[in-house]
Design a protein around this ligand. Structure first.
Ligand SMILES: Cc1cc2nc3c(=O)[nH]c(=O)nc-3n(C[C@H](O)[C@H](O)[C@H](O)COP(=O)(O)OP(=O)(O)OC[C@H]3O[C@@H](n4cnc5c(N)ncnc54)[C@H](O)[C@@H]3O)c2cc1C
Length: 433
């Protein structure tokens, strides 16, 4: 059968470009189709890329990737309306190769990764939306696009079209997905100037800060974040969709509440909003993952719900790159053997089983439910903040109250039984241990 390409990759986000890199480097003809005018033009996220997965794809990537700052300060903040208790970690180790996390703008980062796909021989086709899949019986044999002459055929299609993957859904890889598996993230990018950011966050050179915040979402399961770029900061909230719909505050109001919190406002004072954006996040992990392959079709990245998210924990770009690359390699193997049926493409799952992609999802399978529970979202931040406030308040001439008594009374005030605390601690150990 004559076809236009060995493979068509839908979506030039991190998953799509990584898949195209693997295929093009295997000598396969590959089209990388992107609806935006350039890769990254339609994409938003919080702001931190965990780049170690690139070690095997772009050696010494840190010397050329369009990085804003290297994250050397990572803080977790528990908040009530007026208080904040922060665990603030810094390490010089993350400020040197091979680094840990980096802030980067998606239009820069996605374009950069896509240039590695085109350098290897992939054909990048932008401003083109895939509107349907072509089938021969059950087998996917290509895609339909919004161009007048827009049908393209291929031996395999890799769906990397992000959350709510139209391609995976149309091809029948998804069953029913429950709404509580999705959150919406809203974010503002605020211009402050490099010196101001360095001073306010205590940074030097290309050092960067990453704050994750719990207790800032008006009781809606979710979390907040504050990240430093070179001369802007990103501030945002992530909100579980059904709970957001049930109450009357809009996401931008909740974000405004975070921005005006006494622990956050001083960081942002005098800043100018450069950009406001919103995007849906697949938070369900294993519980919402679709079939990963069909005849002639694979699905990777957010399109396969491979984002690892649990309230304040958000890793997606690294999972997208790893799964996209694995999909590209598995497709190249299948093409070599001349079998691109679902069985022929099953090496994709085997590859994912040997990497962190499925291992981390299994390990943290219980984390989203725990992190999104009312106790984690409201009660524990309140207990932690009130405990700190009472512990550090000097009430002379009254003598000090012991920590044990303070914690017990604060747990009681928050309606948390000691047994609940024990159970949650155990679940936490199981989920993150
Ligand atoms: C608010 C928020 C904060 C986040 N913070 C972080 C973070 O700090 N760190 C992190 O690692 N992850 C974060 N994530 C998650 C991360 O953004 C995703 O996991 C990651 O972008 C997934 O990559 P992907 O390539 O699978 O999909 P995407 O990045 O969504 O790329 C999909 C691509 O497909 C294109 N496309 C879609 N449909 C079509 C179509 N029909 N035809 C052609 N092209 C199409 C899109 O334009 C896009 O370029 C965050 C997400 C959100 C929403």
């Amino acid at each position: 059968m004559s076809v236009d390409y060995d493979a068509i990759v839908v979506g030039a986000g991190p998953a799509g470009s990584a898949a195209a890199i693997a295929l093009a480097r295997s000598g396969r003809s590959v089209a990388l189709i992107e609806r935006g005018p350039f890769p990254g033009s339609k994409n938003m996220y919080g702001g931190v890329v965990y780049g170690r997965i690139l070690d095997g794809i772009v050696p010494n990537w840190w010397e050329e990737a369009p990085i804003q700052r290297w994250v050397t300060r990572r803080a977790t903040m528990m908040m009530t309306d007026t208080q904040a208790l922060t665990v603030d970690f810094r390490t010089a180790a993350w400020g040197a190769p091979p680094y840990n996390g980096a802030t980067a703008y998606r239009p820069d980062f996605d374009q950069w990764l896509a240039t590695h796909a085109t350098a290897a021989g992939a054909e990048l086709i932008c401003s083109t939306t895939v509107t349907g899949v072509l089938r021969d019986g059950n087998r996917v044999v290509g895609v339909r696009t919004d161009r007048p002459d827009g049908e393209l055929t291929a031996r395999t299609v890799i769906a990397c079209d992000g959350v709510n993957s139209f391609v995976a859904k149309e091809a029948g890889l998804y069953g029913e997905v429950e709404a509580h598996h999705y959150t919406v993230g809203v974010k503002e990018t605020i211009r402050l100037g490099r010196d101001v950011i360095d001073q306010r966050f205590g940074l030097r050179g290309l050092d960067g800060a990453d704050f994750e915040i719990v207790g800032c979402t008006n009781g809606i399961p979710g979390g907040g974040f504050l990240y430093t770029n070179l001369d802007t900061v990103a501030v945002g909230v992530v909100l579980e969709l059904p709970s957001l719909a049930k109450q009357d505050r809009r996401p931008e109001q909740i974000l405004a509440g975070l921005k005006s919190h006494p622990a956050i406002a001083p960081f942002l004072e005098g800043g100018e909003i450069g950009e406001y954006s919103a995007h849906v996040i697949p938070e369900g992990g294993l519980a919402m993952m679709p079939e990963l392959v069909g005849d002639g079709l694979l699905v990777a990245g957010d399109a396969a719900a491979m984002c690892l998210a649990a309230g304040i924990w958000l890793e997606g770009v690294n999972f997208a790159i790893a799964s996209g690359h694995a999909a590209g390699l598995a497709t190249a193997d299948a093409l070599r053997r001349g079998d691109t049926s679902a069985a022929g493409l099953s090496g994709y799952r085997r590859r994912l089983e040997t990497t962190f992609v499925l291992a981390d999802h299994r390990k943290l399978a219980g984390a989203p439910e725990l992190m999104m529970s009312p106790r984690m979202q409201r009660a524990y931040p309140q207990v932690a903040c009130n405990t700190a406030e009472r512990l550090f308040t000097v009430e002379n001439p009254r003598p000090k109250t012991g920590l044990n008594a303070i914690v017990r009374s604060e747990l009681k005030a928050a309606g948390v039984k000691v047994a609940d605390l024990g159970r949650d601690a155990l679940r936490g150990l199981r989920s993150f241990g």
